[in-house]
Design a protein around this ligand. Structure first.
Ligand SMILES: *Cc1c(COP(=O)(O)O)cnc(C)c1O
Length: 359
């Protein structure tokens, strides 16, 4: 098999040892004669998988006992709707930092009775940094933030002051990649396919007092139904939950969030340094807002960008094309992306630059 490095923004690189473990136990899960895909979601074997996944996540993120962990479907995108439906009464505040936060704002605005205020935005800077966030008015039902902006490559390194207003975070692209104090948040959500496992699973971590506020919701859209039924009100994405459990075990064995954060800092520091030292490549994001997990870079020449992406792919560096809304290149370096891959990419970039400037 050809060795490649996959820089995809999601679904993304998985730890190789996890893929091997899945392969090994794929046909008969723990001697049951059944694949994990064939287990009933009400079986004791699956119950143990989902219980283990939850307790590993609680341990890794130090989730306090007054928070529920929910395993849902519909992607982070369904949370854009579920959050206002469940938590909003009159008025909510959003921070606009790019494509995904805009989508979240759009869904909140569809709720007719709701006043949606964008209290900070970096749209005037083409989202190349995160904005200063003013103190949040205390009559808001919540404030929504995207902690890491996957498309634009920006991240918040300081959380806004929200007083007693619950802070709601879309952590889809940086959950478990650096430390957060869960008690700073009312709710954290993330699609699994970037840092946790395959697509099909969405993690929601919600403070208990925020569950059951809206009594007139459809069962599947209501956090209370999901919490009361321990995420198996209906059939959950069993295979994705199983895989997530293996990834969480892998992360725990590695030393947990503190250990992976150190590696993630090393990976991103190396790549930013190489980009900053280059005469050909440039990082469009302001230094103070640079994401650890999604790193855009450009040559400021569309044809050269295209050539670089094409030659990189031939050399085994795949999915380096930037999001269609911003162009250029983007390297996504989630937890499972290896340090050697970053080192190899840097070498390739240097060789490309030498070739281009010589020509
Ligand atoms: C990928 C992503 C989403 C969308 O996730 P889906 O699971 O595809 O709905 C939302 N927010 C952020 C920050 C993302 O990175």
């Amino acid at each position: 098999m050809k060795k490649i490095y996959n820089f995809s923004a999601g679904p993304a690189t998985m730890p190789e040892s996890v893929l091997k473990k899945i392969q090994k136990e794929f046909l008969s899960y723990q001697g049951s004669g059944m694949s994990v895909m064939e287990l009933s979601h009400r079986s004791s074997l699956f119950q143990k998988i989902i219980d283990d996944a939850e307790s590993l996540l609680r341990e890794l993120m130090e989730i306090p006992s007054n928070y529920e962990v929910l395993f849902l479907q519909g992607g982070a995108s369904l949370q854009f709707s579920m959050i206002p439906l469940n938590l909003a009464k009159h008025k909510v505040a959003y921070i606009n930092t790019g494509l995904w936060s805009k989508r979240a704002i759009l869904e909140a605005e569809k709720i007719a009775s709701l006043e949606v205020e964008v209290i900070a935005s970096s749209e005037d800077k083409s989202f190349n940094a995160v904005p200063e966030v003013p103190m949040v008015a205390q009559d808001n039902d919540y404030v929504h933030i995207t902690t890491n902006n996957t498309v634009e490559g920006t991240a918040f390194f300081k959380l806004p002051e929200t007083g007693s207003v619950p802070l709601i975070a879309d952590m889809s692209s940086n959950i478990l990649s650096s430390y957060y104090d869960v008690s700073d948040f009312g709710l954290i959500y993330a699609g699994a396919q970037k840092n946790i496992g395959p697509s099909g699973l969405t993690i929601v971590i919600i403070r208990e007092d925020l569950i059951g506020l809206n009594k007139s919701l459809s069962a599947m859209l209501d956090y209370k139904t999901q919490a009361d039924n321990n995420s198996i009100y209906n059939t959950p994405p069993t295979f994705s939950i199983y895989t997530a459990k293996l990834v969480l075990e892998w992360l725990k064995d590695l030393g947990g969030v503190a250990a992976i954060e150190k590696i993630n800092r090393e990976k991103s520091t190396l790549l930013y340094k190489a980009i900053d030292e280059s005469a050909l490549f440039r990082a469009p994001v302001e230094k103070s807002s640079r994401s650890l997990t999604n790193i855009p870079f450009v040559t400021d020449n569309d044809e050269l960008d295209k050539q670089f992406i094409k030659e990189a792919e031939l050399a085994g560096f795949v999915n380096l094309k930037g999001h269609r809304s911003v162009g250029g290149m983007r390297a996504s370096l989630y937890n499972a992306f290896p340090l050697e891959g970053v080192q190899a990419l840097i070498l390739f970039m240097q060789q490309f630059e030498k070739k281009i400037t010589k020509g």
